[in-house]
Design a protein around this ligand. Structure first.
Ligand code: TMP
Length: 214
């Protein structure tokens, strides 16, 4: 498996706080004078990502296998399109994405079985660092209660399987040479942020920059 240097991803079930933590990480990098963090997310804001978002909200209704292919197509653009992840990492930026291939292996694996998402994602490079936001699905879904609309994957039975699948995926990513760090996503946001920073600051790109330890 090819590892993409300078690339980190945040992963976890719905409501596990990856989006908030990426925002906090970005803020911390700015405070510490590290200007090279490019924060991004999947599904992306591009045309394929927008179609996926609409499907996640129920319209259009797409087959699970179609959605799996759309996630992979969106990812391909995200990686290799202009100003994409690959280009930025090669230029020496630290790229951190809120979700990447592990999301497809965890989520689409439930609906489509393991084979299709594996096949669709086999050629994508693995990140250097994978942060897994671990949180009991009951607690995670509680956090989402105040949102006006529920997406198709936001129900308990599904999220329990998502968490189990992530846990099973961790040794596989480690075997590919990815550094995996579990974050206690149930901790207060400042504590989770500390755990995130302590993992990210060990990436060679940040060690070179000589950022403070906390
Ligand atoms: P989020 O922006 O709240 O994380 O929502 C994205 C949703 O899409 C979330 O339920 C996870 C799901 N997803 C997949 O099922 N497969 C994927 O490959 C990605 C990137 C996200």
């Amino acid at each position: 498996m090819q590892i993409l240097p300078n690339f980190a991803v945040l992963e976890g079930g719905d409501g596990s706080g990856t989006t908030t933590q990426l925002r906090l990480l970005k803020r911390r990098c700015v405070e510490y004078g590290f200007p090279l963090l490019y924060d991004t997310y999947e599904p992306t804001g591009g045309p394929i990502g927008k179609l996926i978002r609409a499907a996640l909200q129920g319209e259009p209704r797409l087959r699970a296998e179609t959605l799996a292919r759309l996630f992979a197509a969106d990812r391909h653009e995200h990686l290799y399109g202009p100003e994409g992840i690959a280009e930025r990492c090669a230029r020496g930026a630290l790229v951190v994405s809120d979700r990447y291939t592990p999301s497809s292996l965890a989520y689409q694996g439930i609906d489509c079985g393991d084979e299709l998402p594996r096949l669709l994602n086999a050629s994508f490079p693995a990140p250097e660092l994978l942060l897994f936001f671990d949180l009991a699905p009951q607690a995670a879904l509680k956090r989402l209660e105040s949102r006006p609309r529920r997406e198709v994957y936001e129900y308990l039975d599904f999220q329990i399987q998502v968490r189990d699948r992530y846990k099973a995926l961790i040794p596989q990513y480690e075997a590919w040479g990815v550094r995996v760090v579990s974050i206690d996503a149930g901790a207060p946001p400042e504590e989770a942020a500390r755990q995130v920073w302590s993992a990210v600051k060990k990436m060679p790109i940040l060690e070179l920059f000589n950022t403070p330890s906390y």
